[in-house]
Ligand binder design. Structure first.
Ligand SMILES: Nc1nc2c(c(=O)[nH]1)N[C@H]1C(S)=C(S)[C@@H](COP(=O)(O)OP(=O)(O)OC[C@H]3O[C@@H](n4cnc5c(=O)[nH]c(N)nc54)[C@H](O)[C@@H]3O)O[C@H]1N2
Ligand SMILES: Nc1nc2c(c(=O)[nH]1)N[C@H]1C(S)=C(S)[C@@H](COP(=O)(O)OP(=O)(O)OC[C@H]3O[C@@H](n4cnc5c(=O)[nH]c(N)nc54)[C@H](O)[C@@H]3O)O[C@H]1N2
Ligand SMILES: [Mo]
Length: 762
């Protein structure tokens, strides 16, 4: 199997590689964002839109889930370059019309790149692909929703339908969506979290009783040590750099743990301070540990050993608030240094230096993202990071705690609202009591199992609330073939993407409002709410006129679909659609922490959901947090092979490609590049600039199966200071290399950060 470049990328003749940047942000960054915004929106709309971004009474940035400062502490321009790009992408003046679909067959759209598809603009009209048709055709809402309802009603079993969610959906839309799906009779509610922070949720729920982070912005700015592992905030959470700069100003030490020396952590120039504009910037990381891919567990186990050895343990905390310390201490009594050095690619001295930092600190925060969660042993790695925090009592103390930095702007809120294939029994009991329904108790499918269920003929309808499932998921060819077996694929979307071109026998595109747009319903203009990465819930109000008169809100689509699919339902779907306050009323009675919901979102900045570990209440093991013991694991890589991670460039939002540059890493005008350490290139007999195929080699989860290969063609080799034995290339282009069955133990998240590959010269 090989995956060629789409039309626009062939040859990548414009691709240039220049020196990598060591500084992130600053004035040029804002300049670039403005250029893209003005291209897509024009000057007036740009100014009007960006000034409302992340302001009280404005709309929540559809970019990342990093929290906003308290209302009084916000800048006039409380956004970053990449937030501005996310807004421009949604508020663009370009439109995809029925004429566009008449002109382009589905087959021809499939030849296009993700970048080209996204650049066509906003979807305007519901579109239908009848069985056998080569083109999408315009359809009325009435008929479109009727088609979905008919397919759902004709299923032998509700478990034959699967309802995916991406993480931009508001709390209100997510709540009615999961209610509809459960009343229909299934828990098949996979979401993007399954490919993202599922490992964090799993690891934390088992050990501290809640699958979320425990810190606030104030904790970060009052920490004295911040470890940032497996995260590239300069690109993916740029506003976090302002928080880090403030933390540093207050005396924090920052350690970056990353196979790549990412620009944002090396130096940062804040565009929102005068010093940032004229000065040379703040070096953010005091220490950079260029760990090998997947070596973090070994690193944290060694640090745990060193802390115990020197008695740097908060004995009172451990005795009063934890279980399992003896077993953990016994497992960490010694350390196998040669294995630890091989696993981490670090020297013993570097590891001892990190232990010194931790031992010297009294308030430690660990932040992490995809570099930690997308490995086979991700859950164990996160629990070993937590073990180190527990040793020092760094949970439920000001300035300390765990900080899994979320991706999509409302991915955490969607989960709180019940978008989960394995819902807690208590949540379902409340839902049943509130609505007089009987929600199913059997678990549903997650993202990986969605592909298996479709592939194996166990599912027939795939419905997506946002996202771009076929590009986001691993094993692109397998995922695409699986989707094509469906009887109906249906996408609620703002923009065109590849998932619209990989259709079931029948297919629908349902265009919807974005976060920036005004949402008028019977009771008047509506607000929605979102929850950020630190469990702050607040309102978001779009102001722009909708991209087309035909758009329906996500809430309206769900309620209208529910009404047609479940005519006997006792839920007042029309009432909920007409006035979202009624949805919030239900939420306040079903979801813990949302009492007085309506009142509290009126307060500036919103409110924080309860995080019991902040009070050292852990809802596991009789109120105590749990130390866990794991064998040391790290990804094996045979000689002559490299471990490949699949990452984001600076010009993309997941599968949405804004442009072809990766500014900080020095790549311009193309995306088919693979970063490799120059010493490895020499060993492999390759040279910088050479064109290669990347071939992944998969031998089953425990090396037990016959070798299978997957190929991504025509990538340019770029010599880059990544850890030895490691490589990096962009997703979604390289998702074709990640085997479907290669997932994290316990969370089933695709192992997008450790793929064994060889590079074949072309
Ligand atoms: N502009 C922009 N913002 C975004 C997104 C976007 O695409 N564009 N996506 C959003 C989403 S959904 C998410 S989940 C987040 C993602 O945010 P990130 O997790 O920052 O995203 P990645 O590009 O996957 O970067 C992974 C980082 O981890 C490092 N890494 C990889 N493997 C390892 C490892 O084994 N150990 C260690 N220590 N480090 C490792 C990589 O070198 C890289 O720096 O960003 C969100 N924000
Ligand atoms: N190899 C590899 N694969 C990965 C990752 C990786 O690091 N490596 N990262 C994974 C991660 S962390 C994630 S979160 C997933 C992302 O997976 P998804 O969330 O499925 O993908 P996105 O690219 O964010 O989805 C973009 C589409 O969402 C639609 N959209 C945007 N805004 C809205 C809205 O407001 N409403 C609706 N209804 N639709 C909207 C647009 O049509 C757009 O084309 O990908 C995962 N896949
Ligand atoms: Mo994500």
């Amino acid at each position: 199997m090989g995956r060629k470049a789409p039309l626009e990328d062939v040859g990548d003749t414009d691709l240039e590689v220049e020196g990598r940047r060591t500084t992130a942000a600053g004035v040029p960054a804002v300049g670039r964002a403005m250029r893209i915004s003005v291209e897509q929106m024009g000057t007036v709309r740009t100014a009007r839109t960006l000034l409302r971004l992340n302001q009280d009474k404005g709309f929540d940035c559809p970019g990342c889930a990093w929290p906003d400062p308290a209302p009084g502490a916000r800048h006039v321009a409380e956004f970053c370059e990449n937030g501005a790009k996310a807004v421009a992408e949604e508020a663009t003046l370009r439109r995809v019309t029925p004429e566009f679909f008449a002109e382009h067959s589905i087959e021809s759209l499939r030849e296009r790149s993700d970048h080209w598809l996204g650049q066509q603009g906003r979807l305007t009209t519901p579109m239908h692909k009848p069985e056998g048709a080569a083109h999408y055709e315009p359809v009325t809402w009435e008929r479109a929703l009727g088609i979905v309802a008919r397919h759902l009603r004709e299923l032998d079993d509700p478990d034959e339908a699967i309802f995916y969610t991406s993480g931009r959906t508001s709390n209100e839309a997510a709540f009615v969506y999961q209610l509809f799906v459960r009343e229909l009779g299934t828990n098949n509610l996979p979401d993007c979290s399954n490919m993202c922070h599922e490992s964090s949720g799993t690891a934390l729920l088992e050990t501290i009783g809640i699958g979320k982070g425990t810190v606030t912005l104030d904790d970060l700015t009052s920490a004295d040590l911040i470890l940032i592992a497996g995260q590239n905030p300069g690109t993916n959470h740029p506003r976090m750099l302002s928080t880090l700069e403030q933390a540093k100003g207050n005396g924090a030490r920052i350690v970056s743990i990353n196979p790549l020396p990412e620009a944002g952590l090396m130096t940062f120039r804040n565009p929102q301070t005068v010093r940032g504009v004229v000065g040379t910037g703040t070096p953010l990381a005091d220490r950079h540990l260029g760990v090998r891919l997947g070596g973090d567990q070994a690193l944290f186990q060694a640090v745990g050993h060193l802390l115990i050895e020197r008695g740097a343990v908060d004995e009172a905390f451990v005795a009063e608030h934890t279980t399992g310390f003896e077993a953990y201490a016994a497992a960490r009594a010694s350390v196998d240094w040669p294995t630890t050095v091989a696993a981490t690619g670090l020297t013993e001295a570097e590891i001892r230096a990190l232990a010194d930092d931790v031992a010297a600190a009294s308030r430690v925060v660990v932040c992490w993202a995809m570099g930690i969660t997308q490995h086979r042993h991700a859950v164990a790695t996160i629990q070993d990071m937590l073990n180190v925090l527990l040793l020092g009592g760094h949970i439920g103390r000001e300035g300390a705690g765990v900080c899994p930095v979320r991706g999509h702007s409302n991915v955490q809120g969607d989960r709180t609202m019940g978008i989960f294939e394995r819902p807690a029994a208590g949540f379902l009991d409340s839902l049943d009591a509130e609505f007089g329904i009987r929600a199913p108790r059997e678990h549903g499918v997650d993202a990986v199992d969605t592909v298996r269920a479709l592939r194996d003929g166990r599912a027939k309808v795939f419905f997506a609330m946002g996202g771009n499932f076929v590009r986001a998921m691993s094993d692109s060819d397998v995922t695409e073939s699986a989707l094509e077996t469906a009887e109906l694929t249906c996408h609620v979307s703002t923009k065109l993407n590849r998932s619209h071109t990989v259709t079931g026998r029948e297919a629908l595109i349902l265009p919807t409002l974005g976060r920036t747009e005004r949402d008028d319903q019977l009771a008047g203009e509506q607000v929605v709410t979102v929850e950020d990465s630190m469990a702050m819930v607040h309102a978001s109000r779009g102001r722009l006129a909708p991209a087309s008169d035909t758009l329906l809100s996500e809430v309206a689509i769900v309620c209208e679909l529910a009404r047609r699919t479940l005519p006997e339902s006792r839920v007042d779907w029309s009432g909920l659609r007409g006035d979202y306050r009624r949805i919030r009323g239900h939420i306040s009675r079903v979801v813990p922490g949302f009492d007085r919901f309506e009142e509290r979102i009126a307060e500036p900045g919103g409110f924080q959901l309860p995080i019991p570990p902040r009070q050292r209440e852990f809802q596991v093991d009789g109120g105590r947090a749990r130390f866990t013991v794991h064998p040391l694991e790290y990804p094996a890589c045979p000689p002559g092979r490299l471990l490949l991670q699949t990452v984001r460039s600076h010009d993309q939002y997941n599968t949405t490609i804004y442009g072809l540059d990766d500014h900080y890493r020095g790549v311009k005008g193309g995306r088919r590049v693979v970063f490799v350490n120059p010493a490895d290139l020499a060993d492999l007999g390759l040279v910088d600039g050479q064109v290669v195929d990347i071939v992944s080699e998969w031998r089953g989860l425990d090396g037990e199966a016959d070798l299978t290969e997957r190929r991504a063609e025509e990538f340019r080799v770029v010599g880059y200071p990544t850890a030895r034995g490691c490589a990096a290339a962009y997703f979604p282009e390289t998702n074709v290399l990640v085997p479907l069955d290669s997932t994290a133990r316990g969370s089933n998240t695709p192992t997008s950060k450790s793929v064994v590959v060889r590079l074949e010269a072309r």
